[in-house]
Structures are given as C-alpha cells and as structure tokens.
Design a protein around this ligand. Structure first.
Ligand SMILES: CC1=C(CCC(=O)O)c2cc3nc(cc4[nH]c(cc5[nH]c(cc1n2)c(C)c5CCC(=O)O)c(CCC(=O)O)c4C)C(CCC(=O)O)=C3C
Ligand SMILES: [Fe+2]
Length: 375
C-alpha cells in the first residue's frame, strides 16, 4: 500500500446497518419499516415482534453497532488515520438519510460505506445500495450537494473477519465435554433467503446460476474447518445450514433449517455440535433468539450438547480489517495497485457491483454500483 494513512479521496466512513427497536413502543413501527411492501405473512411478523418483546423490545444490534463505531474510531486513531466515522440505518434511527444530510452539512463529499453484511445477496448488498440511492434523492430534493458514495467490497473472506470466528469455534469446542468433543459436528449457519435470491446473488458472469451467496458461505466454512484442523489436528465434520426463514411456505428458501439439522445430527448419533453463525457480523436478534433461544431449546429437548460460537462484533482485528479495506479502496481510487487480502478459494470480491448484480424483484435505482444513476 503506497501510504498506510492516506484515505484520499475519502473524507469520511459511513457504517450502514439494519437498525432495530430501542424499546417496546418501537417494535411495531420498526417491523412496519422492515416489511413495507415485502409481503411477509402477518403470522411471521407477530412471531418476530414477540422475539423482540422477550428482550424488552430492544434489539441488540444498535449497541453492537455503537461498540463497532468505538472500535473503529479507536483503531483509526491508533493507526494515525484521520477519517471521521458516521452511522446510519435502513430501518431505524439514526436513519440513513438523516446521517447523510449531517455528513454533507459537515462538508463530507466522498464517502466510503461499510455495511454490516459481509456477503453478496439482495438483502445484504443491493438493498443497501437502493437505500443509499433513496437517501441521495432525499438530499437532492432538499437542494443539498450530493456526496459520492462508494460501498466497500464484501469482506466475508477477509482474515480480520474470518480469524475471530475461527477463535470462537476453538473456544466453543474447548467448552464441550471431552467425552463428546472429538465427535462434534460444526453447523455453520446463516440467514435463509429465497432460493431465487440465492441463485441470482452476486455478479452473474462470476458465479453463474447457483449464485455467490451460498458459494461465499461454503468458502468461509472451509477456511474455518482448515484452520481448526491446523489448531487441533481434528477435521470436524461440518455442514452449511440456515435459519430465520420467513416468507410464504410455498416459496422455496435455502434449507435445511438449523433445528432440523440438529435433529438429524442427533438421530445419526452425533454426540455434540457447535453452531457457527458465519452469516452474522454481530449478535443480532437472529443470533440471540433463533440460535441462543430456539435452537438451544431444541438441542436441550434432544439431549444434544451444543455451543454457539462468537460473532465478530467489535473484535479489534475486524476494526483493523475495515481500516485496510478503506485504505485499499482509497489507493485503488487513486489509481494505485494494491494488495487485496482474502482467504479461501474465491479471492477478493469486486469493488463495484456490476449491472445485474443481486437483482431486485422491482426495478429501483441503486447507488454505488455500475448501474448507479449518481456519479
Ligand atoms: C440475508 C439477510 C441478512 C444478513 C445480512 C444483513 O445483515 O443485512 C439479514 C439481516 C437482518 N435481518 C433483520 C431483521 C429482519 N429481517 C426480516 C426479513 C428478512 N431478512 C432477510 C434476509 C436477511 N436479513 C430476508 C430475505 C427477509 C424476508 C423479507 C425481506 O426480504 O425483507 C425481518 C422481517 C420479519 C422476518 O421475516 O423475520 C426482520 C425483523 C436484522 C435485525 C436483527 C436485530 O434486530 O438484531 C438483521 C441484521
Ligand atoms: Fe451485489
């Protein structure tokens, strides 16, 4: 990297996330924001609302993001990188458009964007790009100057994302009773999405039918399994499974569900399992409810010892990875040739989503991609 501290052309980093309720009165309006026009069955919404009420109506995601912001600011300061960090969400305050307005008012004009989603998919990538386009059009309507926004590449295979998860798996294995540890299975888990969204995820020319979403998760799982073998000498059997399915039952989504998988493992005489939530950057509600509450209860009912390994959260290695991603992209934008860190077989992901990447059901403008209507 030419200059370890030069963020030019960027003058700010934006942490772009999902958002979540901060108390009981926020839960229903939050769910209305999430599901606007998306046809999620009322039954599922009531159920998801209950998950939030069980935790006092507070999503863990906001505090997780505040912790990540602190970690990023600390890392940047220690590394001598002078770059302000802002935070905006898709579905709850601080709302993206409000943050972007604050940023341009502060004079920020060229913004690097980090989303709290590590993989390609409509929900994890293009939908955030649509949110950016919506926010830019809000500023445009207000007559404000428009900043340029660049979304940082998918970081699922960045060592700063993968290595903390490997450590988490090793810690969970160590917690299992010695009598069951050697026979344990690793259940890598991520958010289920419709098969159709999985098949069309990522750039078509790079992944073809079958899509980037599943391939990327499989690649990360293999890297972790290999690293665990290096550390323990044991090749643990593993499988990629899914969780948090919604949508109408007749529409196919990625399967099997983590709970079905635990039943199958138990039925096959497997003595223990570690659930590894590789699809989640921090301890979202999906992790605290769908895994730590629901799947753990299922395992207890089966008498199957399970552990859930840690998400990356505000690990300093992840904060350092974000700094590297900003500096890597900054150097690229300046025309320099830079090293792009990536583990696994897929290699570093693209900087700019090509046309047709992670297509939406309805045609909506998306910023920060080859098809962006903005500069
Ligand atoms: C791939 C993916 C990620 C990971 C990438 C990323 O992080 O972006 C993710 C993250 C999240 N999803 C979240 C919450 C919800 N997701 C929903 C609905 C949906 N998610 C989907 C996919 C994803 N979602 C899909 C295909 C739907 C169906 C409808 C639709 O296409 O929109 C619904 C509606 C009810 C329900 O269906 O469950 C809720 C409440 C929260 C906040 C959690 C918290 O509060 O901690 C987070 C971080
Ligand atoms: Fe994409």
């Amino acid at each position: 990297m030419s200059d370890q501290r030069d963020p030019a052309p960027y003058d700010a980093l934006l942490l772009l996330s999902f958002g979540g309720p901060e108390g009981p009165d926020d839960v229903v309006p939050f769910l209305e924001n999430v599901t606007r026009g998306r046809g999620i069955p009322t039954e599922r919404l009531k159920e998801v609302g209950q998950h939030y009420f069980l935790f006092g109506g507070v999503s863990p995601i906001n505090d997780q993001n505040r912790a990540l912001l602190d970690a990023l600011r600390k890392d940047f300061a220690q590394a001598g990188l002078d770059l302000p960090v802002y935070w905006g969400n898709r579905n709850w305050a601080p709302y993206l458009a409000d943050t972007l307005r604050e940023m341009v008012t502060d004079g920020r004009r060229h913004i690097a964007v980090l989303t709290t989603s590590a993989y390609a998919s409509y929900s994890g990538c293009r939908q955030y790009r649509e949110n950016l386009a919506d926010a830019l059009s809000t500023l445009e309507a207000e007559g404000l100057p428009l900043p340029r926004v660049d979304k940082l590449r998918h970081y699922f295979n960045h060592p700063g994302f993968v290595e903390p998860m490997t450590d988490g798996v090793l810690a969970s294995l160590a917690e299992l009773d010695e009598s069951v540890r050697a026979g344990a299975h690793l259940a890598f888990t991520t958010h289920s999405i419709p098969d159709s969204a999985a098949d069309s995820s990522g750039p078509l020319e790079a992944h073809g039918k079958g899509g980037a979403y599943v391939k990327e998760h499989l690649d990360v799982a293999r890297v972790i399994v290999d690293a665990v073998r290096e550390a323990t000498g044991v090749t643990y059997p593993w499988k990629l499974v899914y969780q948090s399915r919604s949508g109408a039952p007749h529409i196919p989504w990625l399967e099997p569900d983590i709970c079905e998988h635990l039943e199958e493992l138990h039925g096959a005489g497997v003595p223990a399992a570690v659930m590894v939530p590789i699809g989640f950057v921090s301890d979202h509600m999906e992790v605290l409810y769908d895994l730590d509450t629901e799947a753990v209860a299922k395992a207890a009912e089966l008498g199957l010892p399970v552990r859930r390994s840690a998400t990356v959260g505000d690990d300093p290695r992840f904060a350092a990875a974000v700094r590297e991603l900003v500096l890597e992209r900054a150097a690229t934008e300046r025309g320099a040739v830079v090293e792009r860190c990536a583990l696994g077989a897929l290699g570093p992901s693209h900087d700019l989503c090509p046309i047709g990447c992670c297509p939406a059901r309805a045609d909506r403008p998306a910023a920060a991609g080859a098809d962006s209507p903005y500069a």
